[in-house]
Design a protein around this ligand. Structure first.
Ligand code: DSN
Length: 421
């Protein structure tokens, strides 16, 4: 059943309670490899399920538009202070509802409609809100995109510099959702300074690695940093924007009243608890283990002939081009899901296939690391993946349920916060 127990929902709304219990079991029984997902602690879960959800608090501490903020003000202030201390930033806004609104706030603060922005293309590993044509950020601004080099699968900073000096963007964004390699923040900062642009680091995927010392920090290089709180950082679904002192006020105005109404105070509490956890020494061990596991999984997949974009990983994430395995990303992802291995199909750089039916899969190690798996388990995981993908490439469903049962058996020894039998 779900942990903490949910007796009131069980009694009042068994239909919804059943879905919650089943989802908790599903999360316990599978290898969850979506690199943007994780398992939050029971303390974070508890914080998110409190009476704080009852309260409206438009504005900021000491400057609210509703009364009754005696306890919300210190709560939000503590969350801000913890974020500032953890990352060494001058200022933290903890109100963005999630990553996309956080990025929209940045545009609102530092660009006008029609202005040029420079970011990584979605197809190379960026994000929808980095100026994709289907996103408001692509419709209302003039995006110019950099990608990766075909030979290396990595960003070429000379290409970024050439584009920046030619296009003179207002904003340069570094970071994305499918980047397996270390982001060179000092190089981006030098280019932004030369081009006269505001450098924005979207560190959503790697915030937990940065907090835990397993990836270089953008603080001191990018004056504006956006992040979600629920990926490697292991907090609830939410977001933050970190800034230097100079960029704090425009960001605060953009988040509220520019873009949002009242902050979600129960989420703010969950973020504060997660930041407290991320400041502990154990979190550094977790962050290092996430990377060690990803490198071990990459090595095991390479041994089995898998084609990894950029040849491997420096962080939590692997992007695999399945073209040489004779199967596309989507059927592979569906077969893996049935075999108890949950990941997502994903475009790879220079993909010849469509985004809804691309050539690759994207996977990562944050969630399995949280539940205690280590490098020694990665060859076994790679073997299960290989067996399922090979079977799927021959339209053979026979091994999938057996693999799922074997995975259930293994994972029973690695309990998750959120479910108990
Ligand atoms: N949906 C997130 C991810 O999976 O990377 C990005 O917003």
């Amino acid at each position: 059943m779900h942990q903490p127990p949910i007796p009131q929902i069980d009694a009042e709304d068994p239909e919804i309670a059943g879905l919650i219990h089943d989802e908790a079991r599903r999360q316990a029984e599978k290898f969850r490899l979506i690199p943007s997902e994780n398992y939050v602690s029971l303390a974070v879960l508890e914080a998110c399920g409190t009476v704080l959800t009852n309260k409206y608090s438009e504005g900021y501490a000491g400057r609210r538009y509703y009364e009754g903020q005696q306890l919300i003000d210190p709560l939000e202030t503590i969350a801000q202070q913890r974020a500032q201390a953890l990352f060494g930033a001058d200022h933290a806004n903890v109100q963005p509802y999630s990553g996309s609104p956080a990025n929209l706030a940045v545009y609102l603060a530092f660009a006008q409609p029609g202005d040029t922005i420079l970011a990584m293309s979605l197809s190379a590993g960026g994000h929808l809100t980095h100026g994709s044509p289907v996103s408001v950020t692509g419709k209302w601004f003039r995006p110019v995109h950099y990608g990766v080099r075909r030979e290396t699968g990595r960003v070429d900073m000379d290409d970024v510099r050439d584009l920046a000096l030619k296009e003179r963007p207002k904003i340069i964004i570094c970071g994305g959702t499918a980047i397996p390699r270390t982001i060179d923040y000092p190089a981006f900062a030098a280019i932004a300074a030369e081009a006269g642009a505001v450098l924005v680091a979207d560190m959503a995927h790697i915030a937990g690695l940065i907090a835990g010392g397993a990836h270089p920090s953008p603080v001191g290089h990018a004056p504006v940093i956006t992040t979600t709180t629920h990926k490697t950082l292991r907090g609830p679904r939410g977001a933050m924007i970190l800034t230097d002192a100079e960029h704090a006020s425009p960001i605060d105005k953009a988040v509220f009243p520019g873009l949002q109404g009242g902050p979600h105070n129960h989420t703010t509490a969950g973020i504060a608890v997660a930041l407290h956890e991320a400041a502990r020494p154990e979190f550094r061990t977790y962050a290092a283990q996430v990377v060690a596991n990803a490198k071990a999984l990459a090595a095991a997949l390479l041994d089995r002939g898998y084609d990894l974009v950029s040849g491997g990983t420096d962080n939590h994430l692997l992007l695999v081009d399945l073209t040489n395995k004779g199967i596309a990303g989507k059927p592979a992802a569906k077969a893996l899901d049935r075999a108890g291995i949950e990941l997502n199909f994903n475009s790879v750089p220079f993909d010849q296939r469509r985004p809804l039916d691309p050539s690759g899969i994207r996977l990562g190690t944050p969630a399995l690391t949280t539940r205690g798996l280590t490098e020694k388990h990665m060859p076994l995981l790679a073997a299960w993946m290989d067996e399922a993908i090979t079977a799927a490439s021959k339209d053979d469903e026979a091994p999938l349920d057996r693999i799922a049962a074997e995975i259930r058996d293994l994972l029973a020894d690695f309990p998750i916060p959120g479910w108990s039998a």
